[in-house]
Design a protein around this ligand. Structure first.
Ligand code: ADP
Ligand code: MG
Length: 327
């Protein structure tokens, strides 16, 4: 039974020599949240996760779990568990021995280890494969074994560092749904690190967009996507155009742009690329000041009035579709 503890960073900082990897980050995760830390390579996501897990020391600030400062506790005493990118299964141990490993370390007897490990294997649908070695498993099965191994300690918070990156695209989408189901069933907090915006959008209740050791923007996933506050967030989330207009820089979703005649439109440009995407067509145009703008049109809209490369077009949008950006 979990205790539903909130996780909080207070000025959390990580320095490696002169490198500041995480710079005085403060944030509060409500218990039971599926949160994604999203950002480009090197922005400090893994360092943040490793500090929560206790695999990396905190340079400054603190980490609270249910108001208890866990910053200096050993990993096994924190109420957190980590699933690594490459799963880090012990190659010479069977699936069930891998899953039961931490219970063995805790000195639990064989019958309790077997009972609890079997429960975890049921949870991830791996009972039938319990006697295999990791090398005899597919990528998705290895991931399930690694999940069971992390969850057997009954953590309040599960930490996942790019958990889907080793899987092929098809399996990635399937495992994504399984992660979400597992989190819902267990009701614990998941902190999932990714540099993939579609993964974050698909999974997270809340996203924390990091850039250069700081939080650039965070909040409910849809709220962040609907109203990015900076050009960095708009560009990183994708599906947005960042456009410098006379009145300032704005973000406009690609699917909010409409093609019109150049004479009456807000901005004019010429078509530089047309990409067929099945249900949609992405039309890119070069507009004033050499800016590239992409409009995502339904296949009906595009093929109802098709455009050609080099053709002059106008682009329009509803006033409320444009969000002013801070920088
Ligand atoms: P991310 O997971 O977002 O890619 P990291 O947390 O791994 O980012 O890295 C953040 C910054 O800290 C990078 O500049 C990286 O080079 C540096 N860094 C990470 N780990 C170490 C380490 N063990 N020693 C020195 N620098 C490190
Ligand atoms: Mg990383």
């Amino acid at each position: 039974m979990t205790r539903n503890l909130d996780l909080e960073f207070v000025n959390l900082t990580k320095r490696y020599g002169d490198t500041v990897a995480v710079d005085a980050v403060s944030y509060h995760f409500a218990a039971g949240t599926y949160a994604c830390l999203l950002g480009p390579s090197g922005c400090g996501k893994s360092s943040t996760l490793r500090m929560i897990a206790g695999h990396e020391s905190v340079s400054d600030g603190s980490i609270l779990l249910g108001n208890r400062d866990i910053s200096d506790l050993p990993p096994a005493k924190r109420g957190t568990a980590m699933m690594f990118q490459n799963y880090a299964l012990f190659p010479h141990l069977s699936v069930i021995e891998n899953v039961a490993f931490s219970l063995k370390m805790q000195g639990k007897d064989a019958s309790e280890r077997k009972r609890r490990a079997t429960e975890m294997l049921e949870l991830v649908d791996m009972v039938l494969l319990k006697d295999r070695l990791p090398a005899q498993l597919s990528g998705g099965q290895q991931q399930r074994a690694a999940l069971a191994r992390a969850l057997i300690t009954k953590p309040e918070v599960l930490l996942l560092d790019e958990p889907l990156s080793a899987l092929d695209p098809f399996l990635r989408i399937r495992m994504r749904a399984e992660l979400r189901r597992l989190q819902r069933d267990l009701g614990i907090t998941f902190i999932h690190v990714t540099h993939g915006q579609d993964e974050a959008l698909a999974l997270a209740d809340e996203i924390v967009v990091m850039n250069d050791a700081r939080i650039e923007q965070a909040g409910k996933t849809r709220a962040v996507f609907e109203a990015p506050q900076t050009a960095f967030v708009a560009r990183f989330l994708g599906s947005h155009n960042v456009i410098a207009l006379a009145e300032g820089v704005v973000a406009i979703r690609a699917d909010a742009l409409r093609i019109n005649t150049p004479e009456t439109a807000r901005i004019r440009g010429s078509v530089t690329n047309i990409e067929y995407q099945g249900t949609h067509v992405a039309l890119t145009a070069k507009v004033d000041g050499d800016q590239e703008v992409t409009a995502l049109l339904s296949d009906k809209d595009f093929f109802g009035a098709p455009k050609n490369l080099g053709e002059a077009i106008g682009l329009d949008w509803e006033a409320e579709a444009a969000h002013a950006l801070a920088g």
